[in-house]
Design a protein around this ligand. Structure first.
Ligand code: PSU
Ligand code: MN
Length: 301
């Protein structure tokens, strides 16, 4: 399929059954994090994956080609102005030859699965938006997690979502949700949402065995790990900031795919960078765990 290109380094790692961790590009683009934090996030995630002996595979649409694995010389492009590419947009971004389509979790999972990558790291997944009972906005990330045989490592879901309904929807879709060394569903920049998790695993080896089995059944899985303590935000501070950000987005008439980037940007400025620091720390932490998991998975096949 020449509308998808796997980088030589990633292709070689997959062929020789070495560990590979996919990364999305929306978080690194202007839709996810402000500059220069986005560049730092990219560098820290890539370094965390490499230092654990795995190969990073950033996904993106560049010049109309879906790319899996982006060479360092092209990282600059991932940090620029992007059009958001969820799974539904992939064929359009390729057909219309978009210069830079930043892949969300759903598009990244579709590409990772197609390339044969089994582990993917992100910051926080999308989910059921607050007020979804009225407007129906549910991220395509959720069905993509169910459909594609890839393990996603995240700090739970972004806290401006409706987290109880997000967890319910994951159950409905049959997605196993496992807390790595945590007993509650993490809330992105806040360590916990107060929602208890049914399954907790404290050992990466066991996590890998569970993941290996789940992937054989054909669907994906969500591994959650909270933001590191040193950079975690206070739940009350965060929830006040979220209220302000959601109100600002509503006042500007933002809806649909525009909501997440605008709300993230509002929170970034409202917390004068503290939420951004937390976002970088959790993304790096997720990348690190994903790499350890990917390495252990290679010993099982
Ligand atoms: N989490 C972040 N930053 C992001 C996103 C999540 O810390 O930029 C992005 C991811 O790419 C996720 C997307 O897949 O937001 C979800 O968007 P939506 O709610 O429109 O489905
Ligand atoms: Mn949406």
């Amino acid at each position: 399929m020449n509308s998808m290109h796997v980088s030589p380094e990633v292709a070689d790692a997959l062929r020789t059954q070495r560990a590979v961790v996919a990364l999305e590009s929306t978080i690194f683009s202007n839709l996810g994090l402000p500059s220069p934090a986005n560049g730092e996030a990219l560098q820290r995630c890539v370094a965390a994956i490499r230092s654990h002996g795995a190969v990073p595979a950033i996904t993106a649409v560049l010049d109309g080609i879906a790319r899996v694995g982006i060479a360092e010389s092209e990282h600059e492009r991932i940090l620029g102005a992007a059009r958001k590419v969820a799974e539904r947009d992939l064929a359009i971004a390729i057909g219309e030859r978009w210069a830079f389509g930043a892949t969300t979790v759903s598009a990244s999972l579709a590409l990772a699965a197609r390339a044969g990558i089994r582990v993917f790291a992100t910051g926080g997944i999308g989910g059921v938006h607050r007020g979804a009972e009225l407007h129906g906005d549910v991220s395509a990330d959720l069905p993509a997690l169910a459909r594609h045989p890839v393990v996603t490592v995240s700090a739970g879901a972004k806290s401006f979502l409706d987290l109880p309904r997000t967890v319910e929807m994951l159950e409905t879709l049959g997605v196993p949700v496992v807390g790595y060394a945590c007993s509650e569903f993490p809330a992105f920049t806040v360590q916990s949402s107060g929602i208890p998790l049914i399954h907790r695993v404290d050992d990466v080896g066991l996590l890998a065995r569970i993941a290996h089995t789940r992937l054989q059944f054909g669907g994906g899985m969500l591994v959650c790990t909270p933001v590191p303590t040193a950079d975690a935000l206070d739940a009350d501070v965060m929830s006040a900031s979220i209220e302000r950000a959601l109100r600002a987005a509503a006042n500007r008439g933002i809806s649909g795919p525009g909501v997440t980037p605008v709300v993230l940007a509002e929170i970034a400025s409202d917390t004068s960078g503290v939420a951004v620091r937390a976002n970088l720390a959790l993304a790096e932490n997720n990348a690190r765990l994903a790499a350890a998991l990917a390495v252990d998975l290679t010993t099982l096949s």
